[in-house]
Design a protein around this ligand. Structure first.
Ligand code: MD6
Ligand code: FE
Length: 198
């Protein structure tokens, strides 16, 4: 485990067979709750495609960023898959279960601008993030905008726990390096983030 400013990074936490099993679970979720490309409140189309599992999914549209108990198509989100819940329990040690598993899918040219995860009702719970597929350059900043940032490459099977001091720090994905993982046959990257929402 390495710690960068309160971000707890667990390189290669998941071996290849667990990564493959997780991808199957994600495929089953997106078969029920299709990936969609959200629009930011300012009207820009996000470059990632997203979906979710759990009681709540996160989404964005012209009305703003928020959690919703249904997919934009009106259907409830599928439950959070068991292997995903196992990782949450093992790494957080919490009895409290996550209420949202957000799924981000990145093609080669997708990115995620610097942001804080701040749409939840309370910030005492950590956010846990799982990387699958191609490498991604993850940038970490401070609790306010500006200042020096630090970046690391996240690889398939890496897990990041963002709690305590890091919980409200800015972070983002600058770029994806194509063809760096054989996990997804068509390439790209899947990121799962688990949160307690209410
Ligand atoms: C990503 N991750 O890795 C984007 N959020 O694709 C996040 O936005 C994130 O990695 C909260 C905690 C950890 C994260
Ligand atoms: Fe985030």
């Amino acid at each position: 485990m390495l710690r960068i400013r309160g971000f707890e990074i667990h390189p290669n936490y998941l071996d290849l067979s667990r990564q493959r099993a997780l991808v199957e679970e994600v495929r089953s979720v997106v078969a029920q709750a299709p990936l969609f490309q959200p629009i930011t409140p300012s009207g820009k189309t996000m470059s990632v495609r997203i979906s979710a599992a759990g009681e709540f999914g996160w989404l964005s549209d012209r009305q703003g960023y928020r959690y919703s108990s249904t997919h934009p198509n009106g259907v409830a989100w599928p439950p959070i898959p068991p292997l995903v819940l196992d990782i949450w329990r093992d790494l957080t040690g919490l009895v409290q279960q996550p209420e949202c598993c957000l799924i981000n899918f990145y093609t080669d040219d997708a990115r995620m601008g610097l942001h804080r995860d701040q749409d939840e009702a309370a910030f005492k719970w950590p956010v846990l993030s799982i990387s699958l597929g191609d490498d991604a350059l993850f940038r970490m900043g401070h609790s306010e905008r500006g200042g020096k940032t630090e970046s690391i490459w996240l690889h398939s099977g890496d897990v990041v726990l963002m709690g305590g001091d890091a919980r409200l720090c800015y972070h983002g994905i600058d770029r994806i390096k194509s063809d760096t993982s054989p996990l997804l046959s068509k390439g790209g990257r899947i990121n799962l983030t688990l949160r307690v929402v209410t």
